[in-house]
Design a protein around this ligand. Sequence first.
Ligand SMILES: *[C@@H]1O[C@H](CO)[C@@H](O)[C@H](O)[C@H]1NC(C)=O
Ligand SMILES: *[C@@H]1O[C@H](CO)[C@@H](O)[C@H](O)[C@H]1NC(C)=O
Ligand SMILES: *[C@@H]1O[C@H](CO)[C@@H](O)[C@H](O)[C@H]1NC(C)=O
Length: 343
Amino acid sequence: MACLPLIVHNERRKRIGLAITIWLQMCTVAHSFLVALGAIHSLHTYRPRIRSYILDFYAKRDYVKRLVYASDETCIEQVRINRTAFFKLCEMLQSLGEMKSSRNMLVDEQVAMFLHIISHHLKNRVIKHHFNRFGETVSRSFHNVLNAVIRLQDALFKKAEPITGNSTDPRWKWFKNCLGTLDGTHIKIRVPTVDKPRYRTRKGDIATNMLGVCTPDMQFVYVLLGWEGSVADGRVLRDAISRRHGLKSFRGTKRKWVPEEDAALVACMVDLHNAGTFNADTGFKAGYLNELEKMLEKVLPNAMLKAKPNLESRIRTLKREWSIVYDMLSGKNNSGFGWDEHR
Ligand SMILES: *[C@@H]1O[C@H](CO)[C@@H](O)[C@H](O)[C@H]1NC(C)=O
Ligand SMILES: *[C@@H]1O[C@H](CO)[C@@H](O)[C@H](O)[C@H]1NC(C)=O
Ligand SMILES: *[C@@H]1O[C@H](CO)[C@@H](O)[C@H](O)[C@H]1NC(C)=O
């Protein structure tokens, strides 16, 4: 009799065990069903997990690392300066340009963004995707760096050297004391529809008329922006000249003649007249200017007087200035004006 309760106990245990096993299996099935359901659900409403600040920060810097710090080669290709120069620029922008790292972005990332934009003419939309930032952040950083660069002008802006009197560059030696040459160009821009007519150039583009001055080594030293594309270049130039501290333009192509050069010119003309090879009925024969140029070159080797613009215009000026004297003396044979007697 004693074993009956035992058997009953065993049976009850087995039954309980079975019930627990079934229960557990049901739980497992339910669980996997729920997980599957959750996965399907989350596929439709996927949101990236909010990562910690630190992780996010390093993930975002990844692009800067590849862009700038990977090697000098990629650095020069992507931001047009090498890593040493990049470091130096960042340092200057921080110390002199009063630039600061923001909570989420260090100075170097902002500078890399800025340089990348200006070196490849990239759009905000491209940059924001590459750097994994908001478009507004990109725009703000760009302006931060731009303002800091402007504050660096005393350190970075190299003053142009005027062309010296002894310059031998065939293209530039005529422009003594000039800094460079100016020209206008059109830069395409985007403006509100109401402003479009004003900005339409004669070629039909919507652009702004920019005036720039370039030194002989192709560095910009002056830029005037903001005129509408429909405006003529002359008006932009007049604005540039009339501004306070404005542009000083080279007044005409007049050469300043010193008295010795005038005397030499007159002497050479008298010699030429006396030599007689170029004499004609009413003055000199064609080609006498070139002969004069050769003669003057012997007398004044450094003056670099050219037949066409210099001598021709000076002789015209001399004739005008001295015509009164010539009239007074006409009829008399005066050695000093003998060369002019046929005119
Ligand atoms: C980096 O660039 C600067 C300026 O362009 C130059 O002076 C320097 O030698 C360059 N450094 C290297 C390592 O190429
Ligand atoms: C040209 O003149 C300047 C001074 O006006 C002088 O410093 C320079 O060495 C000269 N250059 C040449 C090539 O003679
Ligand atoms: C000027 O000189 C020429 C000869 O050289 C002479 O024929 C002429 O009569 C002179 N004229 C006057 C006004 O003296």
